[in-house]
Design a protein around this ligand. Structure first.
Ligand code: MN
Length: 210
């Protein structure tokens, strides 16, 4: 577990992303999914282990349907502070199911775990096909359901915002962000948007990041 690659890919004078500091969260086992409108829209799925966030980029996002296998590209470990970075969708804790060492299970290419999140709940497996390609699959349990949660639950758990609203509030590119929101979202008159920070956060990085 090392943040060397994370550090190498970034210039911390230019990016508002957290620095490459290894540390555990209060719980030691948080997970987070971050919807990311980069060159290609994807969902960064991160699990805490040994002071870092193990990370996979899931192009179509996690599914709650056990019949759906989602490609998950293994990317560099991220700092634990990244879980609070803007754009957070669900956050919760998880428990490994087939091992006491998450890092060892990941090295072996199969990690079973249970999530206690707002949108993601119950048992899942991450299984390596050929590095860096993995599959993220929901197990059959009482939480399993059909449908695409990226379409039915597109709002941030933390701030209740869409990508376009985050871009608007934080001084980003609203048009580009909106292409990552589902079309024809219902109007939410009763929901008050909460800004995460009053500071404008603009991320103008031409570097590839995960
Ligand atoms: Mn990403």
């Amino acid at each position: 577990m090392s943040l060397t690659e994370y550090k190498k890919k970034r210039s911390f004078k230019k990016t508002p992303e957290p620095g490459p500091e290894k540390k555990s969260s209060e719980f030691g086992n948080i997970f987070v999914v971050q919807k990311h409108r980069a060159t290609q829209l994807h969902y960064d799925f991160r699990l805490e282990a040994d002071g870092v966030l193990l990370s996979w980029a899931v192009p179509k996002g996690p599914s709650m349907d056990p019949k759906v296998k989602r490609l998950a590209m293994h990317v560099e470990d991220h700092p634990v502070d990244y879980a609070r970075f803007e754009g957070v969708i669900p956050e919760g804790v998880y428990g490994p199911e087939n091992t006491t060492s998450v890092s060892k299970a990941v090295a072996k290419g199969e990690l079973k775990f249970a999530l206690l999140g707002d949108k993601l709940k119950g048992s899942f497996v991450l299984v390596r096909t050929r590095e860096p390609q993995w599959l993220l699959i929901k197990h059959r349990d009482k939480y399993a359901k059909e449908g695409d949660i990226s379409k039915t639950q597109p709002f941030s758990v933390l701030t209740k915002r869409t990508l376009a609203e985050i871009a608007k509030d934080e001084g980003g590119d609203v048009k580009k962000a909106a292409t990552g929101d589902p079309k024809g979202l219902p109007r939410r008159r009763d929901i008050k948007r909460r800004k995460k920070t009053s500071k404008k956060k603009v991320w103008h990085s031409k570097r590839k990041h995960s």
